[in-house]
Design a protein around this ligand. Structure first.
Ligand SMILES: CC(=O)N[C@H]1[C@@H](OP(=O)(O)OP(=O)(O)OC[C@H]2O[C@@H](n3ccc(=O)[nH]c3=O)[C@H](O)[C@@H]2O)O[C@H](CO)[C@@H](O)[C@@H]1O[C@H](C)C(=O)N[C@@H](C)C(=O)N[C@H](CCC(=O)O)C(=O)O
Ligand SMILES: Nc1ncnc2c1ncn2[C@@H]1O[C@H](COP(=O)(O)OP(=O)(O)OP(=O)(O)O)[C@@H](O)[C@H]1O
Ligand SMILES: N[C@H](CCC[C@H](N)C(=O)O)C(=O)O
Length: 484
């Protein structure tokens, strides 16, 4: 594409309009001949430090926020280069699924988009979802490594999906993604909100900034005339709904306190839950084959979005009755010969861990045993809180490592243990899981929290292969072999 096709005429010198742009990137390491390199300010450094590398690799245009002298290629300077990059990406990759739903909130985004994909697919829509688990269409999954990919990767993915016939996309909107303009230029027809509790205070200076970043979905990203589906059980949700109403969005409220979708009752059964709710005044009762109240909240959020899209009530209810779980979210990986279950979950926030431990209790006659740790280079103020939550909800705790990244793993565990001084400490996650499995008695339940679907342990910049589900199955196998 020529520069003149990508940008308004006054954004570049007239003689530069004919420059051919062959690709876009914000990472100098990915520059190829003819690419536009967006040198963006970052948390650790500024992309302008890498302009020489980008030029050496053949960059044709630079987009940044401060004038750069001495280059013989066009340099476009703007106060908001990340936002401009996203607009360029939307022009470079012009196709998007016609109906894009974006889900935000601290917890429940991946589950909600996956459930929505299942409902749409059952209704015959060509549907996909995009988020922490990657891009999922049917049974195919492509990993992106982000909850909300960078603007170029995101617009490229949307274009590829639309070109491939996908009409309905449910995507996750992270606070990082919203604040960093990764989603600018996406025509979002529905925004949804699950909940807001503590997370990411390593990146956001305070909780208010975290809230305002999520609020951008409703204040800016959902298109004019679009819809908002908001869980209003928390004060934060009620504020989101207010923002959406002020924008003039068609605002649907859901949850225990929801006006449009009101939950009446959720009753746990051994491997499912009985759920009653009202949608626009009509009462419905059904059994959903998932455990954990939070999974029902996510499933009903997906249901409210689909019902608002015009999917038949019967199709929505029929899908909920056969809903498939999400990888690494309360995923049962096996059980002992005494039928004590082992479940892997992605709880990595205080609220997530609290909800997880509460979810296990009604299904457990004996002890709830939990193995977990906290991530390095992530909100350190979560650690002690998660320890304290485990201490108050679990019967036995094993504190271990979870992606220490650049931090000292022992210091992370020590911070967690401040909240649960009685816990066992086993640094090696594999050994911690084996210990948890070895302890299981009749009626007990083992929860392995924090890594869910992840397939690696990140230590000092290296990702070592590691999968909680495989480790748990191995440990269960060893336990059974020892019984023979
Ligand atoms: C905190 C955060 O959002 N970090 C993202 C951010 O990095 P940064 O601000 O630290 O960038 P930087 O290292 O200072 O570099 C500044 C600029 O120079 C560029 N650069 C850097 C080095 C180089 O050699 N060449 C180069 O061009 C970078 O691409 C960047 O544009 O911009 C980078 C480029 O897009 C991202 O890769 C990086 O994601 C890091 C790896 C990350 O871990 N992000 C996580 C926290 C994240 O984004 N998570 C959210 C939310 C998850 C959730 O809700 O649970 C997600 O949406 O995935
Ligand atoms: N509605 C909810 N309320 C509270 N906790 C939840 C809820 N839904 C999920 N969780 C917890 O959060 C974990 C992650 O769930 P999920 O992946 O759906 O959320 P997410 O917002 O996509 O998080 P991430 O972007 O980090 O993957 C679950 O394994 C569970 O422990
Ligand atoms: N998307 C979250 C996931 C955290 C999962 C946990 N395993 C960790 O590494 O802290 C993050 O990057 O903060």
């Amino acid at each position: 594409m020529k520069l003149s096709e990508l940008m308004p005429e006054d954004a570049f010198a007239p003689e530069d309009g004919a420059v051919e742009v062959r690709g876009l990137t914000l990472d100098s390491r990915r520059v190829e001949p003819g690419f536009l390199f967006a040198a963006l300010p970052g948390v650790k450094t500024h992309g302008r430090d890498f302009i020489p590398q980008a030029v050496a690799q053949g960059a044709a245009v630079i987009l940044t926020d401060i004038a750069v002298e001495g280059l013989d290629i066009p340099v476009l300077v703007t106060d908001e280069p990340a936002a401009v990059l996203a607009e360029l990406a939307a022009r470079f990759y012009p196709r998007q699924p016609e109906h894009v739903v974006a889900v935000t909130g601290t917890n429940g985004k991946s589950s909600t988009v996956e459930f929505l994909r299942q409902v749409w697919s059952a209704a015959g829509r060509d549907a996909a979802c995009l988020g922490t688990l990657g891009v999922t269409r049917g049974t195919a999954r492509e990993v992106t490594g982000y909850t909300t990919p960078d603007a170029v990767a995101l617009h490229r993915a949307l274009d590829a999906l639309a070109s491939d016939g996908v009409t309905h996309l449910a995507m996750e909107a992270s606070s990082h993604g919203l604040k960093q303009h990764r989603m600018d230029g996406v025509a979002v027809s529905v925004g949804a909100f699950t909940n807001l509790t503590q997370d990411h205070l390593d990146y956001h200076p305070d909780f208010a900034d975290y809230f305002v970043s999520k609020e951008l979905l409703f204040s800016e990203r959902v298109a004019e005339g679009g819809r908002a589906v908001v869980n209003v059980d928390s004060e934060w949700g009620r504020r989101m709904a207010e923002t959406a109403r002020q924008r003039g969005l068609d605002t649907v409220t859901i949850g225990w306190r929801g006006e449009d979708l009101s939950i009446r009752e959720i009753t746990p059964r051994p491997a499912s839950q009985d759920v009653s709710f009202a949608w626009k005044g009509a009462e419905h009762s059904l059994e959903i084959p998932l455990v954990g109240e939070f999974q029902i909240l996510n499933a009903l959020c997906a249901a409210a979005i689909a019902l608002g899209d015009g999917v038949e009530t019967e199709t929505v209810l029929a899908t909920l009755r056969q809903l498939e779980g999400v990888p690494g979210r309360l995923e049962k990986v096996g059980e002992t010969r005494e039928a004590a279950p082992v479940l892997v979950d992605y709880a990595h926030t205080p609220d997530g861990l609290d909800k997880l431990l509460r979810a296990a209790r009604p299904h457990t006659q004996g002890r709830v045993i939990v193995v977990f740790g906290c991530g390095g280079d992530r909100d350190p103020s979560k650690r002690q809180k998660m320890g304290a939550i485990a201490a108050s909800q679990a019967d036995h705790i094993i504190v271990t490592d979870d992606n220490p990244r650049s931090e000292d793993p022992a210091a992370i565990r020590a911070a967690v243990l401040k909240g649960c001084p009685e816990a066992e400490e086993i640094a090696d996650r594999s050994a911690a899981i084996r210990r948890g499995v070895s302890m299981l008695g009749e009626g007990d339940c083992l929860l392995i929290a924090g890594k869910g679907h992840e397939t690696g342990q990140i230590v000092n910049g290296t990702t070592l292969p590691f999968d909680d589900r495989e480790e748990a199955r191995k440990a269960l196998g060893e336990r059974e072999a020892a019984h023979v």
